[in-house]
Design a protein around this ligand. Sequence first.
Ligand SMILES: NC(=O)c1ccc[n+]([C@@H]2O[C@H](COP(=O)([O-])OP(=O)(O)OC[C@H]3O[C@@H](n4cnc5c(N)ncnc54)[C@H](O)[C@@H]3O)[C@@H](O)[C@H]2O)c1
Length: 347
Amino acid sequence: MRADYRELDTTKTYLITGAAGFIGFWLAQRLLSTGCRVIGIDNLNDYYEVSLKQARLDRLSQTENSSLFTFLEGDIADQKLVNTVFSIYQPQIVVNLAAQAGVRYSIENPGVYMQSNIIGFFNILEACRHSYAGAQGVEHLVYASSSSVYGANHKVPFAEGDCVDHPVSLYAATKKSNELMAYTYSHLYQIPATGLRFFTVYGPLGRPDMAYFSFSRKIMKGEPITVFNHGDMYRDFTYIDDIITAVVRILGNPPVKAGVRHKVYNIGNNNPKQLMCFIETLEKALAQATGRNIATEKVFLPMQPGDVHRTYADTAELERDFGFQPGTSIDEGLLRFAEWFTGYYSY
Ligand SMILES: NC(=O)c1ccc[n+]([C@@H]2O[C@H](COP(=O)([O-])OP(=O)(O)OC[C@H]3O[C@@H](n4cnc5c(N)ncnc54)[C@H](O)[C@@H]3O)[C@@H](O)[C@H]2O)c1
């Protein structure tokens, strides 16, 4: 653990972009429960069901300390809006989670990635920079990167110092660009910034565009599921609570003052699972949650463009600096997901 480690400061204002998203919602919930003031922005786009984004916001409006939460519907690609939000609310800690996610979607819809992930992130950086006009300013910018920056790297586990110059999707290229842009702003304007390379995050109120979610729908409807690369894929699945615990530890601890105040961490499980093993565990969890027998037909297909064979996080740096390593097993995490999923969709 860092010698200067500080607990979360509940006197600060936290701005979360993408607050109606999966990770943003759970982060807002955790910060509110500890008594922090949270400002959330989200454009509520329809990349996946808007009703789920709304359900997350409804939960936040009913949660403990909900009066500390302000939600603003807006787009981070709108520079005027971003600047207005910064000048009105003056956040000290900014967490940029708003982005167009998804690897396969970026093949068909590249433009939206440039808007949200590049222009949007640029607007956040500029707003952080100009918030330094007086003695007060943004004390820490934390932003989502992704394990996809490792592309088709063969060396495992993936460590933060590995070469990440060969992204295999535009999504990955925008995330790597975010790391470079944040580094430059830290270098030029001394903005303390931390990038988080998340590894396949799953859990209750998760993202319907992700494979485990569509598998769950098909399993419950008794339809066959499509498994790419004939099931020979490994993912370092990370349970949402682990992600949030790591993020919360990082928020109050910007990179130390020596040199450029920019740092990147992997947040993954350090324990990749073969896709077929993950599917079997999911089937068991759904069976347990519903008390039904489950037997699903699998259709095996080749690898999809932009996909990678394996993700595997080296989490030594996170553990060294923050004394934390994600550790929720997929049995436990998928059961919690299955209980929520089958209840929410009334299966
Ligand atoms: N979930 C994962 O497994 C995972 C893995 C790696 C990286 N990430 C990154 O973590 C972040 C959060 O991911 P998530 O899983 O919560 O995704 P999510 O799609 O559920 O959340 C993102 C939210 O941002 C909003 N948004 C998108 N573009 C916006 C814009 N231009 N302006 C305002 N709001 C906008 C969306 O409406 C959405 O609610 C993203 O940056 C994503 O790329 C997630």
